[in-house]
Design a protein around this ligand. Structure first.
Ligand code: ADP
Ligand code: MG
Length: 249
């Protein structure tokens, strides 16, 4: 089973590309200052940097949740930097999955309905067999009728993972997806993200401040003061810690 929506014959390329992106927030804070970075199909990237370095802003601009002040953001082959609502929402729904620190499940809906909700919002016919397989993969077979409030935090985040993958998005963005979980539960979630990349060819971009979490990624992109401040490939947690120490000096 493959996640990507394009033809299998398409040449490998970045699913998301930012070119010279700046973002000046209301109030004049320059959160991104000329960021150029791409995220390749089937890759797992961690974005790290000191607090306030622009990680969340980068994620929001890359995901079409926010518009850059200048520069290009190409998502699934389309420049979304200049798009306005509701077109931006349509592109986002078609191509992007999200995992948040706070799970963001709908408490009044069952696990099953939560997983299918993004496809329904996008006007797609839900792929129920795939949703069922995903719930089994994250260890929640049989919990379809439960409400989020009846599950532990780790279980809720695993529902959110199944939801993020259910529409086979081109890319999944996570903003501190393990930030609210204890160590061992966080590791389970990271192991699932890793497997989604390795087994299904998912593309994942994850903001984290945890070097151990970044160690699960193929690549770490470091931000400092709204600029790309280097990269590590096949990082170890130790290498990531050392780089973070340098950046926060
Ligand atoms: P990080 O996620 O790395 O902590 P952010 O992208 O959240 O960094 O923030 C980068 C800078 O932009 C910070 O100085 C922050 O205060 C500012 N900022 C972020 N979002 C907004 C906003 N909506 N309005 C005004 N300033 C913002
Ligand atoms: Mg942030």
């Amino acid at each position: 089973m493959v996640l990507v929506q394009d033809s299998k014959d398409a040449p490998p390329r970045d699913v998301v590309e930012l070119a010279d992106v700046t973002k000046v927030h209301p109030g004049g804070v320059r959160a991104l200052d000329g960021v150029t970075v791409g995220f390749g199909r089937g890759s797992f990237t961690a974005v790290m940097g000191p607090s306030g370095s622009g990680k969340s802003t980068l994620l929001h601009c890359a995901a079409g949740l926010d518009r850059p002040s200048s520069g290009r953001v190409v998502l699934a082959g389309e420049d979304i930097a200049g798009l306005r609502e509701p077109k931006l929402t349509a592109v986002r729904r078609a191509h992007v999955g999200f995992v948040f620190q706070s799970f963001n499940l709908v408490d009044s809906l069952s696990v099953w309905d939560n997983v299918l909700l993004p496809q329904q919002l996008a006007g797609k016919r839900p792929d129920r067999a795939w949703a069922k397989e995903l719930l089994a993969r994250v260890g929640l077979a049989g919990r379809e009728k439960s409400r989020p409030g009846q599950l532990s935090g780790g279980q809720q985040q695993r529902v959110a993972l199944a939801r993020a993958l259910a529409s086979r998005p081109g890319v999944i963005f996570g903003d501190e997806p393990t930030g609210a979980l204890d160590l061992s539960t966080g590791r389970e979630v990271l192991a699932l993200l890793r497997r989604f990349v390795d087994e299904f060819g998912a593309t994942i971009v994850m903001v984290t401040h945890d070097p151990a979490a970044a160690g699960w990624a193929d690549r770490v992109v470091f931000l400092a003061d709204g600029r790309v401040a280097g990269e590590l490939h096949s990082p170890t947690a130790e290498q990531v810690s050392a780089r973070m120490m340098e950046l926060t000096k």
